[in-house]
Design a protein around this ligand. Structure first.
Ligand code: FDA
Length: 366
């Protein structure tokens, strides 16, 4: 055997595993079907700006251990995620907090805001919500729902909120302080210079083959290593024998604008129904950029079909059942580790992927 490990996928999971295996003297080959490393956290430099090619990525974690781990590979800036919502030109702070309530109703104190929300919840008189609309109104009242949730959610799922199940929204973060920080985690930031640099460091000194699809050369690739770490789609690995798992997809339209500051914030959500995209990302603001031009990306939610980029797993009962069957098969495989968001059919934030990869490393080597 040429290699101890063949690692399918140069995303965060595959790269952390490769780094740790390499550190322990194991010889690894990392392959990816894309023409670049990094998977979905890949950033590329355009006009001196690090562009988040697969959507906005903000690192956040509560774990000191994960924070220390990732800080070995990059310096993180003080970026704090404070998105704003644009509803027909009216601007509101997110997540829903006292700034939002003040703008909506002119209220100044938490008691006034609570009273307003309770008033609206009561007059809606919804005791057992049967769909997402009723669920949202029963949690935060009509104004917040109409202006800040309805249009955005319907675009996200491509369906009316009345047709969406209530369980999609279990709770809605409502904060009765003037705090626009989206995350509650202890640590957050953006790696100075972008995310690709982190992956470059993780994969330093390790053999990499890009533009290499595992399924186009499966037997030969499998013969090249003792063990495989697989981070691609789990249903594809088993030839879709129990059917296809479903996803939501996204389309990104990126362009350079000849202005230094297009929207004044990294993330602006468009919460009306008419604007076809859900948000615009202005990448330079992640790193407090002062370049002459700017790069912006409009994000359009899309139905997913086989061959499209699978972004968000649809973890409803039907798909979860199919996944469990694949998982049973995966558990019986010897010498193959299934990891990362696609092989476990799970939405993972970056800190969770790092945690999961380190768990696999522990299981494999300790
Ligand atoms: P990832 O998909 O990155 O890597 C898998 C790799 O395997 C890919 O490069 C793929 O090309 C390759 N591959 C698949 N099949 C293959 C095959 N057959 N042959 C060869 N290669 C193959 N997280 C967070 O913490 N903060 C945030 O703000 C965001 N934002 C965000 C926005 C959007 C739009 C999405 C979709 C996701 C986020 N995330 C996030 C989540 C983050 O993107 C995620 O945690 C990691 O990218 C997952 O890393 P993986 O290695 O699991 O998958």
């Amino acid at each position: 055997m040429l290699y101890d490990y063949l690692i399918v996928g140069a995303g965060l999971f595959g790269s952390v595993f490769a780094y740790e295996a390499n550190k322990r003297g194991k010889k690894c080959l990392v392959i990816d079907k894309r023409d670049h490393i990094g998977g979905n956290i890949y950033t590329e430099n355009v006009e001196g700006i690090n562009v988040h090619k697969y959507g906005a990525h903000i690192f956040h974690t509560n774990s000191q251990e994960i924070w220390d781990y990732v800080n070995q590979f990059a310096e993180f800036n003080r970026y704090t995620n404070s998105p704003v919502a644009n509803y027909h030109g009216e601007i509101y702070n997110l997540p829903f907090n006292m700034n939002t309530f003040n703008k909506l109703w002119g209220v100044a104190t938490p008691d006034e805001a609570k009273e307003k929300i309770n008033e609206q919840r009561k007059s809606a008189n919804i005791t057992s919500p049967t769909n997402l609309e009723e669920q949202a109104i029963s949690l935060v009242g009509t104004d917040i729902y109409e202006k800040l949730i309805k249009g955005y959610t319907e675009k996200q799922w491509g369906r009316s909120a009345k047709e969406l199940p209530a369980f999609i929204i279990k709770r809605l973060p409502v904060r009765f302080t003037y705090d626009n920080n989206y995350f509650n985690d202890r640590f957050q930031g953006i790696p100075v210079g972008g995310y690709t640099g982190i992956i470059e460091q993780l994969l330093e000194g390790i053999d990499i083959q890009l533009n290499t699809d595992f399924f186009e050369n499966r037997n030969e690739l499998m013969d090249s290593a003792d063990k495989i770490v697989y981070t691609g789609m789990i249903d594809q690995y088993f030839d879709y024998k129990y059917g296809e798992l479903e996803y939501r997809s996204l389309a990104f339209k990126t362009r350079i604008e000849d202005t230094a500051n297009f929207q004044g914030n990294a993330v602006v959500n468009y919460t009306d129904s008419e604007t076809p995209y859900t948000r615009i990302i202005e990448h330079k603001h992640f790193e407090f950029g002062t370049q002459e031009k700017t790069v912006i990306t409009e994000e359009y939610p899309r139905e997913w079909k086989k061959g499209d980029e699978p972004y968000y797993p649809i973890n409803d009962e039907k798909n979860n059942q199919i996944y469990r069957k694949y998982k049973d098969l995966a558990d019986k495989e010897i010498n193959i580790i299934f990891g990362g968001r696609l092989a476990t059919y799970k939405y993972y934030d970056m800190h969770q992927v790092i945690g999961a990869a380190l768990q696999s490393v522990k299981k494999e080597f300790d």
